[in-house]
Design a protein around this ligand. Sequence first.
Ligand code: TRP
Length: 363
Amino acid sequence: MDKIILTGDRPTGRLHVGHYVGSLRRRVELQNSGEYKKTYIMIADAQALTDNIENPEKVRQNIIEVALDYISCGLDPERSTLFIQSQIPELCELTFYYMDLVTVARLQRNPTVKSEIQMRNFEASIPVGFFTYPISQAADITAFKADTVPVGEDQLPMIEQTREIVHKFNTVYAPVLVEPSALLPENEASKRLPGTDGKAKMSKSLNNCIYLSDTADEVRTKVMSMYTDPLHLQVSDPGHLEGNTVFTYLDAFCRKEHFGRYLPDYTDLGELKAHYQRGGLGDVKVKKFLNNILQEVLEPVRIRRKELEKDIPAVYDILKKGSEAARETAAQTLSEVKSAMRINYFEDEELIRTQSERFGEGA
Ligand code: TRP
């Protein structure tokens, strides 16, 4: 029971079902498993600012959205510490010292940073803060001595970079920091849930996300217009599963018991898929099934969110209390880090004594 979880999200929008199967669902299970001493969930506003320099208001507005999504999904402030990154100045201090342990070349090789630089057209002029965010992410994780980081696959290079920093720190100074491991979703579909249009990436600008806070009608409309198999024109045609978004979503969301409740003619997903491939199974029937499942998952989330929205100050208060608690832990780690680095001059009686002896001898 000494295991510790830390993870988080950039507050750049409401969270969607990709976040849910990619990490949120898992976090709630872990929180409730009783196997972890601590669970820290961070709203990474400082990291969001590294690539939203023009748009600080977006980040500011979305902190509450993400907090509402977290709590309505089942992250429980009584059991998990929910906090805001920028409110923990110790993280900046750790980042500054970790910078000594990382080369520019190593950051340039980080695959996530590489692709994000391309996506944002940063090639010509990369903001230093953005370039170094993997180091700050290492500070986020190590400040809480987290060993378990539930994240999506895109975050693996960050965890790898953190492990290297930890290893280097512990070797050069003293074994203070903990090497974390990523915890990935259990199935492929959950690792990379595509947008409803079948495009690989869910994004607000593509208008292809199902949000946790969507109404029942919005969810239904989005499901019914999902991308399936363009060759499956008539019900009798054989259908294809590859790239078929509805089936990818079923892979991520469907459990055996859903068949009993919503589609009792089949016993499991294997059977449904086989029928689709054989021909004779229409898209609408499959979409209705998926809609039923998503409504079952999202309805309790939506109801909890509506409740929480009635008392927004209370939600900010949760974040404030969480940030205070998180700060205490981060300060403790920072103090250990500074001792290990021997930059704790005023607490080091030995140093003061030996120095006074050295100068005393000359007198
Ligand atoms: N990089 C993560 C994302 O883009 C957010 C994040 C910041 C994070 N610090 C973290 C995730 C530490 C896990 C651990 O979603």
